[in-house]
Design a protein. Sequence first.
Lengths: 259, 381
Amino acid sequence: MEIVVCVKQVVDTEAEKKLLAPDWRLDRQSVENVLNPYDEYAVEEAVRLKEAHGGEVTVLCMGPEDAQSAVRKALAMGADRALMVTDPALAGSDTQGTALALSGALAGLTYDLVILGIMSTDAQTGQLPSALGDILDLPVLTALNMMKFEDGSLTVHRQTDQGYVAYGCGLPAVCSVVKGINEPRYPSLKGIMGAKKKPLETKDLAELGVDTARVGGAGALTKVLSTTAPPPRKAGQKIEDDGTAAQRIVEFLAGEKII
Amino acid sequence: MDLSLSDEQRDIMRMTREFTDARIAPRAREWDREHSIPPEVFAELGGLGLWGVCVPEEYGGAGADYLSFIIVLEELSRGDAGLGVTVAVNTSLATLPILDFGTEAQKREWVPRLAGGEVIGAYALTEPGAGSDAASITTTARRDGDGYRLNGAKQFVTNAGIAGVFIVMARTGEAGGGSKGITAFIVDATTEGFTLGREEEKLGINSSSTRGLTFDDAWVPDSAVLGSEGDGFGIAMATLDGGRIGIAAQAVGIAQAAMETAVAYSKDRWQFGHPIAEFQAVRFKLADMDRDIDAARLLTYRAAWLKMMGRPVTAAGAKAKLFASEMARRHTAEAVQVLGGYGYTKEFPAERFYRDAKITEIYEGTSEVQRIVISRELLGG
Ligand SMILES: Cc1cc2nc3c(=O)[nH]c(=O)nc-3n(C[C@H](O)[C@H](O)[C@H](O)COP(=O)(O)OP(=O)(O)OC[C@H]3O[C@@H](n4cnc5c(N)ncnc54)[C@H](O)[C@@H]3O)c2cc1C
Ligand SMILES: Cc1cc2nc3c(=O)[nH]c(=O)nc-3n(C[C@H](O)[C@H](O)[C@H](O)COP(=O)(O)OP(=O)(O)OC[C@H]3O[C@@H](n4cnc5c(N)ncnc54)[C@H](O)[C@@H]3O)c2cc1C
């Protein structure tokens, strides 16, 4: 089974900023920019499917040259090869532009399955799996917490609030997976050492035959106007226990319509 | 001069840090209390290749460079210094001497298992009567048939309780021969006549095993001799030259962990209407920590780099270990201070860092011995 995993490099919002010896620079490479954490589940699932059914896993990433570190991690986890789509014209792409560029790259690859993360942790639109499936005119199954391949078809579980819904479809298909579908492995040292030796190709839009007018900031159909941090949280209310604390907490929760 | 790390070194650092944060650090307190590390953790390290970071692939290692190994030791020690020294001894003091001085057959027999963590290695030089004066060891190895019979006792052997193989220095020459007439042996833990003493009760690095060994007419074949007969002292010292770089990294890791704990605490703890991190007396402590950790790390990296270049590391390693270990002892104490009374309790890890740091000034040569090494290089004699 040939699988393509789409991965994005994102800014690590959680990481503590660390100055790295010996050059005392902000640890951008290893802390600030990381493989989108949700994509680790996609990579892990792809590698497991490959381990069970054979074939190869190709990592596909649109991003600047620096995004290679995210791609390397996917390779270190067990993917076999990588294709990067790098072109200055891509800067500022919206999700449809991104999907177009990725579909252009997919046109040159053989695949039975395209796996993505549920969303990126930076822009968080979660639109790409659907946008990509739309352009490719393939079945799209999102938010999966189980994937099984048997007798040429795919069975998946889609997570819902109450439980899951089981779906089936033929291949090829586009899928996105959620946290919890698996436990992503740590790349072993052998994996890390081997990652650099795996084929990594970089292509620009001309090579992929993608129309530059439809991508990038200029081609974007939507525009991010501004971003605003959430208002600071109001100071909490402290309840000292004088014997009536439980009662007062219940009243508070009822007042907030939480219970 | 280029001080940046390679992609592999950074990726290895990042993976080890993520692994340590998730799998090691949260359990270190329990291991400190239980005085052991669960075997499944060793297996996990094996799967990741962390027992044989700088061991060539053809011998079952990960094939990374020596600096990557040093980075791994720092990161593991940042989570649990006991685990850090367990790995350090396995690789620096057991695996590398076999790779450096062993025959092809010895390498094939032991290195793949040591690099995979299937067998853990230990190093036995110190004796009850021979510590800093290592050339005064009295454990003997007498010729007997196609091998040697070992008699005597070893003291303070890291990993003893979990090791499958020991590098043992014993006297094949005349008693009182000093550094001459010492031979290194690769001793299988199943050797008859070889027994372990009890676990030492220690101040820190409690998760690591430290025990004595007794040899009572323990017979080992000729094929157990590492290097040539009589070369054992040189092998033991050359091995420690590298080992010290690992202990320096361990000290840096402990200090780094202590600093991170102190920094986080200082921002959360309010007194006099301010986070204590706003008091200059606290800020300056943290600034000094950061400065000294950087300095120690640089000395450690330099020593590792010299070793990778095949250049002499005796003095450079001694300087790194001396500076890093004293720095770690001092700043872990300061970290406890930043946490005040809470730092003195086992609710917070600062007291563990403080207890763990002290050993780095003692093993693989005390700070006094490091000064002897450095001054000998400086002054001769
Ligand atoms: C704050 C902010 C808000 C934005 N809001 C919008 C918006 O509302 N509408 C819009 O059209 N654009 C928006 N964008 C642009 C958007 O970030 C880009 O289009 C981006 O390339 C893809 O969107 P995403 O990160 O939300 O991906 P998501 O759809 O959240 O990502 C899902 C999965 O797609 C894959 N994937 C994502 N990006 C890549 C990539 N570059 N290469 C390979 N695989 C990838 C990964 O598997 C990922 O897990 C926004 C950008 C920012 C910074
Ligand atoms: C937890 C632990 C793990 C260990 N692991 C190992 C191991 O795996 N393998 C192994 O072989 N050993 C191991 N050791 C032993 C360790 O290396 C020795 O303890 C160390 O070398 C010091 O020897 P000593 O304890 O006999 O002290 P001594 O040599 O008796 O020293 C006592 C004091 O005198 C000072 N001193 C001694 N000689 C001089 C001098 N000439 N000039 C100035 N000062 C001097 C010392 O610096 C020290 O302060 C371990 C020890 C411990 C505690």
